[in-house]
Ligand binder design. Structure first.
Ligand code: 13P
Length: 255
């Protein structure tokens, strides 16, 4: 077996779950456990309303903080939106282009690109999500879709800016369904379409250094099989990140 090239990372996308009180309770359970797993980068992505409380709780720890979205404008009359600078005051990472945003909130590839650029300008590290729907998968269009999401999503970024990126390959049909992709299949998509596409318009070196996570029904009992794949550098976990024990087990599987 080959050597792992990148530091493993497990990120929890809490989606629209957890009030401030619930977030605080979850972090208090997670903290002592995650602190002991130093070989894995842990990132928690609570809802906006809980970012501040979670930031305070993990300040002295090795755990990192991410947001789930942002708006690309710096400031102005955009009622209900959150600017990159506002996010960057609290978090280091930001999930961009999650399939739920693409499906329900009109986040096209162009919107995703604006958000990625704005996030980087504000000093945030984007976690760009890509992945095909069931229909796209069944009609053999996975490669085409993922390559477009990568090439448009990362348009006009300099090579230097790409170095801070993280990508999550999340096939839409695997999210919240309990039907995860096969580890070999996910690894192949990452290798053939994600890393190759990045190598094509950035460089081989950058493609090799960017961590690519897998997301979609990752659970304690299947996590290790994904992490055994050399091009899968960790997981973006939804449902199982809401339970301290499950998230800790997944993180341990990456260690
Ligand atoms: P599940 O782990 O609940 O399938 O969600 C994955 C996901 O969408 C993470 O961003």
């Amino acid at each position: 077996m080959g050597e792992r090239k990148r530091i493993p990372c497990v990120a929890g996308n809490w989606k629209m779950h957890n009030t401030v009180a619930e977030s605080t309770a979850l972090v208090k359970e997670l903290l002592p456990e995650l602190e002991g797993i130093s070989s894995v980068k842990s990132i928690l992505c609570p809802p906006f309303t809980a970012l501040n409380s979670v930031a305070k709780l993990i300040r002295e720890s090795t755990i990192h903080l991410g947001a789930q979205n942002l708006y690309w404008e710096g400031q102005g009359a955009f009622t209900g939106e959150i600017s990159p600078q506002m996010v960057a005051e609290l978090a280091e990472y930001v999930i961009i282009g999650h399939s739920e945003r693409r499906a329900y909130f009109g986040d096209t590839d162009d919107v995703v690109n604006k958000k990625v650029q704005a996030a980087i300008s504000a000093g945030l590290q984007p976690i760009l999500c890509v992945g095909e729907t069931l229909e796209e998968n069944e009609s053999g269009r996975t490669g085409e879709v993922v390559k477009r999401q990568i090439s448009v999503g990362l348009m006009d970024l300099s090579k230097e800016q790409m170095r801070g990126l993280m990508i999550a390959y999340e096939p839409v049909w695997a999210i919240g369904t309990g039907k995860a992709a096969t580890p070999e299949g996910a690894n192949q998509v990452i290798l053939d379409f994600i890393r190759k596409e990045i190598a094509h318009f950035a460089s081989e070196e950058i493609s090799e250094m960017i961590p690519v996570l897998y997301g979609g029904s990752v659970k304690p009992d299947n996590a290790k099989d994904f992490f055994d794949q050399l091009d899968i550098d960790g997981a973006l976990v939804g449902g199982a990140s809401l339970k301290a024990e499950a998230f800790v087990q997944i993180t341990k599987a990456a260690a």
